[in-house]
Design a protein around this ligand. Structure first.
Ligand code: NAD
Length: 468
């Protein structure tokens, strides 16, 4: 809950940015944008220790994970954008078509204007600042609303941004749901939202009122499939990393695993060994991130309790104490259980043995299209078959999550898991409008303008004979 939303301050922050739109159209070119990105990179470098401390305070995130998954990805996004921005922002020529013979055509990527970025708590620095990089690279201003569930990180982002950018370029508005809704009522030019599918619907409905364009980076249940011929050690290593890093609170964490029945025992054994190697002190092991809030810790406990009461079995119990939750493995999950329907978003991994690949594909296709699909196996033809038979935002073969880190790949979901894409050039395009510009040189089209009797009719008849 927000303690009294300062609507006037929010409207003022928006008006300040709106007033600067025209000046930015001409005065915020590639050199100025690259300079803005460098300022952001320097601010992050300067505040590294504070960032690590804030994430530790918010949910006990270990330093290495903070550096690997919060700081480095944003710095990489900045480096990549600075290096390629000139090319991305260039006006592109397009060859003439028959009807436009005698003209020249160009596509000019332009800033959309004033953008709203709403970010979640699970990677609170990365998911606030990486979209900001694309937003600035494309020449926009931004109002950033980070999550209220990570107050230390959100406060730090607000201070960093205030010290780095003038408010007409970037402003942070802190607050929760009501603050977000006050912002969503304003006529932004683009809204970039990262969060749950439920709130994604609220954002899209709000955007429908102002006709703001939207990018929705949502979540859902990302499945993994382990085929009989998979390298089981490798599968266990990547799935344990994907599921238990950040305590499973990752949009692209493998939500559940379909494992071929013939390798189920070996996979379980390998997974248990991975857990034992990385977490020796139970749920409170300092190498594990905490669950972000009491509410989410209780939600995970009730997911487990509901599943156990309906016949599921914990085949590895990592324990749960307060906001600490150890890696846990659960079997015999069925569709009546909430854990089979809801995005788990925690370190509990359902393991579902299968015999028939077609049945797995049918189960995946019966649900909203996932954000990621992970396939483990040596048979390339089978992998291609599974990819062709399903849909998802992205796919990783024989690893998990790393597609997020490839600056050249579009990162995003499809329908239930989102729309539009982030990262690198794809992020730049999300925050740009491709403006079509057609210039007349010697277009002969006036020869067929009305009145149509006589020459236009004869020319059209000739054209039909040639091209019809
Ligand atoms: P959330 O949707 O609850 O909140 C996200 C943001 O929306 C927060 O800033 C919050 O203040 C705001 N918000 C919450 N309720 C709102 C409402 N009714 N109206 C307007 N704004 C509202 O998500 P979360 O719990 O912070 O994050 C977890 C979800 O985000 C998971 O579903 C996860 O899969 C998804 N996620 C997706 C990506 C991605 O890149 N696709 C990345 C991280 C998380």
């Amino acid at each position: 809950m927000d303690g009294g939303v300062d609507t006037l301050a929010i409207e003022r922050a928006f008006a300040v940015q709106k007033a600067g739109v025209e000046a930015r159209r001409t005065g915020f070119g590639v050199p100025e944008r690259r300079a803005a990105l460098s300022r952001l990179a320097r601010a992050i470098r300067r505040e590294e220790a504070a960032i690590v401390a804030a994430l530790r305070a918010d949910f006990g995130k270990p330093e290495v994970e903070t550096i690997l998954t919060e700081i480095l990805p944003v710095q990489e996004e900045i480096r990549h954008a600075r290096r390629h921005l000139r090319r991305w922002a260039r006006t592109r020529r397009v060859a003439p078509t028959l009807a436009t013979f005698g003209t020249s055509a160009r596509i000019r990527p332009e800033a959309r204007g004033v953008c709203l970025i709403i970010s979640p708590w699970n990677y609170p620095l990365n998911l606030a600042l990486a979209p900001l990089v694309s937003c600035l690279a494309a020449g926009n201003s931004a109002i950033l609303k980070p999550s209220e569930l990570t107050p230390a990180t959100s406060g730090l982002i607000a201070r960093m941004i205030a010290e780095t950018f003038p408010p007409e370029l970037v402003t942070v508005v802190e607050g929760g749901k009501e603050t977000a809704q006050t912002l969503l009522a304003l006529p932004f030019d683009h809204i970039f939202f990262t969060g749950s599918p439920e709130v994604g619907r609220v954002v899209m409905a709000a955007a429908a009122r102002t006709l703001a364009s939207v990018t929705l980076e949502l979540g859902g249940k990302s499945p993994s499939i382990i085929a009989a011929d998979a390298d089981i050690e490798n599968a266990a290593r990547w799935i344990a990393f994907g599921k238990f890093a950040n305590a499973g609170q990752t949009c692209i964490a493998p939500d559940h695993v379909f494992v071929h029945a013939s390798v189920r025992d070996r996979f379980l054994q390998a997974l248990r060994a991975r857990i034992a190697a990385t977490c020796t002190a139970g749920a409170r092991d300092p190498r594990l991130a905490r669950i972000v809030s009491d509410h989410h810790a209780a939600r995970l406990k009730s997911l487990t309790a509901d599943a156990l009461s309906k016949g599921a079995r914990l085949v590895h119990d990592g324990g749960a104490e307060g906001r600490a939750h150890g890696p846990s493995l659960i079997e015999a999950v069925t569709p009546e259980m909430a854990i089979d329907r809801e995005e788990i978003f925690g370190p509990i991994l359902p393991i579902i043995p299968y015999e028939d690949e077609a049945e797995v594909i049918a189960r995946i296709n019966a649900r909203p299209k996932p954000l990621a699909l992970y396939i483990f196996g040596r048979d390339r033809a089978r992998t291609d078959r599974i990819i062709a038979a399903t849909s998802s935002g992205g796919v990783c073969v024989n690893l998990t999550m790393l597609h997020y880190s490839h600056a050249g790949l579009p990162f995003g979901g499809v329908n239930g898991s989102g729309m539009g894409a982030a990262h690198g050039e794809h992020g730049f395009r999300a925050f740009s409008h491709d403006r079509a510009i057609l210039t007349n040189r010697f277009s002969p089209l006036p020869l067929v303008f009305p009145p149509y009797e006589g020459r236009p009719q004869r020319l059209v008849a000739l054209l039909r004979r040639i091209f019809g």
